[in-house]
Write a protein that binds this ligand. Sequence first.
Ligand code: HEM
Ligand SMILES: CC(C)=CCC/C(C)=C/CC/C(C)=C/COP(=O)(O)OP(=O)(O)O
Length: 311
Amino acid sequence: MSKTSTAYEAANKVMEPGPLSEANPTGTWKDFLTIAKLGIVMSNLITTFAGFFLALKYNELLFSENILTLILCVLGAALVIAGGCCLNNYIDRDIDQLMERTIERPTVTGRINPSQVLWVGIILSAIGTVMLAMTTLTAAVIGLIGLFVYVVVYTMWLKRTHSINTVVGGISGAVPPLIGWAALDANLHWVAWILFLIMFLWQPPHFLALAMKRCEDYRNAGIPMLPVVSGFALTKRQMIWYVAALLPVSLYLFEFGVIYLILAAVLGTGWLILALSGLKTKDDIKWARMMFVYSLNYMTIMFVAMILVNI
Ligand code: HEM
Ligand SMILES: CC(C)=CCC/C(C)=C/CC/C(C)=C/COP(=O)(O)OP(=O)(O)O
């Protein structure tokens, strides 16, 4: 039997919930922050804020006159994303108990009652959507599209069935800058769409690196991530294409000025060199670890720089 069919069959088997303990849930705030994936929410907020800040500049609006919109936008986006992460944890609790990386999650250990996680997810998403709607309706609709793609399309369907899962799921991770822009200006400028594209292209090298690092974990849980289904060689080649595509797209924001251009060129070329070194590496896991760390630094530095050069 091929590796591919084994993974797909296993993915179908794990649909049944396992022996999760629901006894004595003693969930603390820390448990809820874990479930809401605080680190991921915070980094998504960098891209949301970048979208908001650039919309201020392109629409010649004053920061001081839009502080309430900023608060509604950032808090609204944070709540929708955190709500999505709670729903993701609720739905994934059967497969999370099969992976070393996720086995300690409060939804698996039973420290939090699953129905509580479900309700917190729904309530946070609803409050966040209302807050976004108080900026513009477009911002709220984009938030809902992101939530739908993340929770329904990615988590409930593709994550368990197709190796294209994370590429499609990447649409949700790319909408936060659009939310930030739309909070001020519902007619999304092309710059907003470039931010979307940068985040969309950034994600495959980010999560495929992680999927390589955690390949055995995903295999055991029957999740058909690309390295599980198609192996490391093909995964590495795909990652190179995404990193290569990211470079010209990031340079397309040339009107941000020469400092931005130099930074984008240096960071993008550095990442491409690292990605290409994967073709020759003898230690795939070490390379994947470096790609993952590079992805986080690249995203943070690029989006902070986009804000700073436009002050
Ligand atoms: C489909 C898209 C994505 C997938 C599948 C994905 C997957 C993951 C996973 C599984 C981890 C956990 C790593 C570990 O525990 O070792 C992680 C970490 C991380 N991801 Fe992503 N990610 C995606 C999109 C994003 C986006 C859009 C951002 C930010 C804008 C982001 C930022 C981070 C950060 C900051 C971490 C490390 C901190 C943490 O685990 O809390 N990711 N990613
Ligand atoms: C507007 C909106 C809701 C946007 C969503 C933005 C968002 C949460 C992007 C990150 C996507 C992500 C963390 C995928 C990992 O899920 P996973 O289930 O593969 O990770 P896990 O195995 O660690 O749970």
